[in-house]
Write a protein that binds this ligand. Sequence first.
Ligand SMILES: [Zn+2]
Length: 621
Amino acid sequence: MKNSAPTARRSFCLALLALLSLLPVARADSVAARARQAGGASGGLQISYELGMSRPTTRLYDVTMTVANLTGPQLQLQFPVWIPGAYRVIDAARNVQEFRAATTGGQPLPASKTTTSEWTIDTRGNSAVRVTYKVFANEIGITGAHLDDTHAYFNGPLLFPYVVGAKERPVTLTVNKPPRWTTISTGLDQLPGKPNTFAAPDYDTFVDAPFEIGNHSVQTFDYKGARFEIAIYGNHNYDPEQFRREHEALVRSQVDMMGAVSFKRYVFIYHMLPDGRGGLEHLNSTVINRRKWLGNTEEGWDSLRGVASHEFFHLWNVKRLRPGVLGPFDYTRQVPTRDLYVSEGMTSYYGDLHILRSGIWKPERYLKAIAEQVKTLQNLPARRILTVEESSINTWFTHDDAAAANANFSYYNKGELLGMLLDLEIRQRTKNARTLDDVFRYLNENFGLPKAGWPVGGFQQAVETVAGSEFDEFFTRYVAGTDELPYERALGYAGLRLERKEAVPFDPGVKFTADTPATAVGLPITSILSESPAYNVLANGDILLAVGGERVTEATLAAQLARFKSGERVPLTVFRGDRLLELTMTMTARPTVSYGIVEDPQATPEQKAIRQSWYTGRKQG
Ligand SMILES: [Zn+2]
């Protein structure tokens, strides 16, 4: 996953709170026990789904699910409470309505909703049950389902429940689309001779393949025996030829690093939207939402490259080689792992590195991207109090902005930097004979699907095995600890220098409600960094009206504060609730520190060799 929208995070938070209040602690155990029971009788179950979309403007999908070869008195159907890759509870069942059960002959059967995500059907001795329901689909986000008169798009968990105890059974899906829609893009394979029917060997595979159905554009290219498809929904101003060329370059670079491809097809699904954000990885596909009119800017292209390269590297890191709890999935509860700094952070590391290795970026641009990552982490006080493992586990919570400002940082950010530090450290220790690339190839060989994921501590073991030396101190200090990261030392191995610059203008360390209109009176404060002079004076929720007796706007605040020297007293006027307060803040410097990374002209041949092989991915520079 990458860059989810802030508004989406807030709604996840509400869903999570609702779910936590409803789920008893023992729920996971009881589900497992029932799964075992049902599993004994589910050996020959035949499961098929049919999807209708005949009234797209209603946003309602019509789903028919048929389960045959039943032997027990009950059939339990469970919707996932989370979608793999988006590590938060989203309650996929929330938009299901008009749930009915019947025999295949149409005789109604009793169906009761037993939890927020599960229905139990009394089979009355019938060997086949047909269930029908509708799903309201109005979310085009990367974890959503959407239906309108231009297209159908969905993530399987939002539309299809699994039979409790029979997730391992094969399933089919028949799509009944309007004839005017010509194209279906998905990672699932079609059944031979049945163009609109798709098959999956089990439920995990089935729902890990989103669908895009409509009249979108599709480009293709081949590499090492695999077919790559780029499906783009929506108008945009990105040059299609450059779009394909850059995707091909990124794919080639990553496939070359990881070795042979173990799949036949990979599908990039793009939604070009006025404010599209984020990307979500799947078994052999990805959904990426982008802003549609940024194709004439380098910012737009860099954002596109960053997310495309990140999501494609997930093909290996997390979809195939992964911590043990991340597949096969338990969809009934949160599955926390401390290793998201590997699964996400190091996916970002290789995502960016392959923009360089594919030739799209020059080294200077890559070093600038790394320097930006250093700046992000080094300006967040939370790096001193939270470990990257805790940050990984905490992703299942959603902090509000005020709390997160001082208590959280991104495991994408620190994980990317840890990836770089480990890579350079391994190269230095092994005289450039081994690299982090070797660690990921080792993980793929030893823990890649269909093998089980790695156990707790497995990533460190893999690093030590590949490097041939122990990394206890590194992991204790920087992964399980909060020591400052040793950028200078590691970059030095590659003949690079980190330069530190205090940025101007002054950063007050205070954030406000986004998009506060310039005409609004006062700035509503949403978070205050603990290292800022405002921290013990202003409070979250205050509305800042004036500085030094003069009205403030978001545009003028930094300049108004910059008039005061360190140690001077700054009069502030605020509303705190209904009260108008005059407060005094003592100015202290809270400079934002920027960084640059430059090549050392005095680098030795050994340093240059490490740098060159790091840039190119080839052992001998
Ligand atoms: Zn990701």
